[in-house]
Design a protein around this ligand. Sequence first.
Ligand SMILES: Cc1ncc(COP(=O)(O)O)c(C=O)c1O
Length: 381
Amino acid sequence: MFEELLSFIKSTYHNKEDIHLHEPVFFENEKNYTYECIKDSMVSSIGKFVDRFELEVSTYLGAKYAIATVNGTSALHISLILSGVNRGDEVLTQSLTFVGTCNPIIYIGAFPVFIDVDRDTLGLSPSKLNEFLSENCEVRDDGYCWNINTNRIIKSCIPTHVNGFPNRIDEIISICSSYNIRVIEDAAEALGSKYKNNFVGTFGNINAFSFNGNKIITTGGGGMIVTNDETVARKAKHLTTQAKKKHKWEFMHDSIGYNYRLPNINAALGCAQLENINLILKNKKIIADEYRAILEKLNINFVTGIDNTQPNYWLNTIVLNHEKEKEVLLNLSYKKNIFLRPLWVPLHELRMYKNYQKDEMLNTIWLYQHCISLPSSFREY
Ligand SMILES: Cc1ncc(COP(=O)(O)O)c(C=O)c1O
């Protein structure tokens, strides 16, 4: 069964020697736009492509504002700051996510609290979230949600759209808003995915994307903060550019800012990539349909996404029947230079994160034991 799946993957990717999980794909204008930056000596913090990339991403998503950053982790860091998270506050998030979701919580000196995920979305579970909040938290007279066990304020919640599969974002937002908790969508992997006909990464108060080399489109390294709130957008731009006040020659800074602005040459790459987002999504849907057919034939379960969603199929993901099959399949695939990938070791099992508060994590652990992501790069014809 696994042999057949691996042969299918080999032939899908034209029997290439090494088949990686997700490789970038480039078209014509990546060369043209980046060459233009080099020719004009506009490779760094000044140049037209940053504004253009921000405008094009916000237009594509149907959001009011987009602020480009050096990566998705920095986009999340700034989003947390602008959600009012301070040292000593708590932030709810999932343990089944990339470490870049959670590290910014620590950068601020806040405390992550891990909530379990749903098995069908791989994303933060609204029912587990509700359970945690109703059993452990109360909104006090100051309007804040207090964790009664730790006597800390829960300011924010970061749910991830894992592998491009939308989580139940509207339910998460409705629960969080009744506790006065601000939602930051981690849409790092989910550009182009839709929930109830709207793009994910536009539902939260503030949202973050990544354009790392392995993502659906890339700027080499890069990220984006997306919001409909003008004040947040203005502050995000200010904080990501060293909090420098506008002046012809003076270097005047009015707070501690960050050097998180995306360089022009990276934004140039992003503009060219975004021109082909629909083509990329279409190509990936075809691959997902082909995977679906072979997996059904081989009786292998896979993540489909839930009703009313349109995943971007960034990474197709199978769900094994038995935990012990994981090692077998990974060993077999690596021998053939097909680089399948398990989900991340759950964060609550990492040394740095094992002492933070968490719920039972039953689905998180189960999914980690049973899921494997399949190579899903754009396929050249
Ligand atoms: C779910 C998730 N969150 C956050 C990040 C962080 O993005 P970056 O690598 O661009 O910092 C990534 C990507 O790598 C990710 O997959």
